[in-house]
Design a protein around this ligand. Structure first.
Ligand code: UDP
Length: 320
């Protein structure tokens, strides 16, 4: 298939683009490099630099694309609270421009990076796709609005759409000649921040709260390896069905606490990794664990790489 990957210079988009190329697809990456890296665009993909608003119509029109995998987004929760307008504009506004361009060019399939942040604070665990969606920040709200738009475009125009709601993604893709992993300029995620201490870039990792109602008092999250996540995108692409918008959680169904993640990082790196306990980070729910039953039964997906492998691959990437 001929595929457009928006945000293909970012962490998840680049890994998925590499996997699509590996599966024999033709890939064009569209990315404005606002947070991505040109050297993360996998060899073999055609790279176009630009925003969706500027470039999507131009890239798609008359070019015979079969589908779009849409990763381009602003994704920092804290920043979204400071600058909600930016998140509505870049996430929802630019996605609407992309959907219009797709319609204009007759491209009928899209796989979209949605997020666990669409659910907000869960009432029960694990989280099902049918649970209430009450995002607690503009990032989650903007992604949920895109899900609503996809439902409308499927109903009105026959679009075939799949939204994948990611839980906590970690790890890297390391293969012959390929090394793709997390290297955000502003790093907020737990695993890379813990590994920065083992790398000697920081004295200690700050842990945000140990007074949550969880077994060891720290927050529990559902971690998924970026390569398992990428595999789900390939399955989702095949599952796009005209006129339907399908939503799937992407997590392992197993939760790990912040202390447990730090312990695995110590084991993998052999470094003591000093930690300093701080207060809660505003907006962090105590437990976020996905039910992945729907994607397991509908698409036959299952995670194959555990937390140890995620940390080991992230560490290999960071020390490559
Ligand atoms: N966390 C932490 N220190 C950090 C980064 C994250 O203690 O430097 C905690 C955070 O409060 C949350 C968990 O680790 O409980 C996962 O956070 P992350 O930002 O990786 O993902 P999120 O669940 O917010 O999407």
């Amino acid at each position: 298939m001929k595929l457009l990957v928006t945000g293909g210079a970012g962490y998840i988009g680049s890994v998925v683009a590499a996997r699509l190329l590996g599966a024999g697809h033709e890939v064009v990456v569209l990315d404005d490099l606002s947070t991505g890296h040109a050297d993360a665009v996998p060899g073999g993909a055609t790279f176009v630099r630009g925003t969706l608003r500027e470039a999507a119509a131009e890239v798609l029109t008359g070019a015979g694309f079969d589908a779009v995998l849409h990763f381009a987004a602003k994704s920092l929760v804290g920043e979204s609270v400071e600058k909600p307008g930016l998140y509505w504009d870049k996430n929802l506004g630019e996605t609407l421009a992309l959907l219009d361009a797709m319609r204009g060019a007759g491209v009928g399939r899209i796989v979209f990076s949605s997020t666990a942040a669409t659910y907000g604070e869960p009432e029960s665990t694990p989280i099902l796709e049918t649970d209430p969606t009450r995002p607690t920040n503009p990032y989650g709200a903007s992604k949920l609005a895109i899900d609503a738009a996809l439902t409308e475009f499927a109903r009105l125009y026959g679009l075939g759409a799949v939204s994948l709601r990611y839980f906590n993604v970690a790890g890297a893709l390391l293969e012959e000649g390929i090394a793709l992993g997390e290297r955000h300029t502003v790093e907020t995620h737990l695993v890379p921040n813990v590994l920065k201490v083992a790398l000697g870039e920081r004295e200690a990792v700050q842990l945000f709260g140990d007074d949550y109602p969880t077994p060891d008092g720290t927050c529990v999250r559902d971690y998924i390896h970026v390569v398992d996540l990428a595999h789900a995108h390939l399955l989702a692409l095949d599952a796009c069905a005209a006129g339907a918008h399908q939503i799937f959680n992407l997590g392992s169904g197993t939760g790990y606490s912040v202390h447990e993640v730090v312990a695995v990082c110590r084991e993998v790196t052999g470094h003591a990794i000093p930690a300093e306990m701080r207060g809660r980070r505003p907006g962090d729910p105590a437990v976020l664990v996905a039910s992945s039953d729907r994607i397991r039964s509908a698409l036959g997906w299952k995670p194959e790489r555990d937390l140890h492998r995620m940390v080991a691959d992230a560490w290999s990437f960071a020390t490559r």
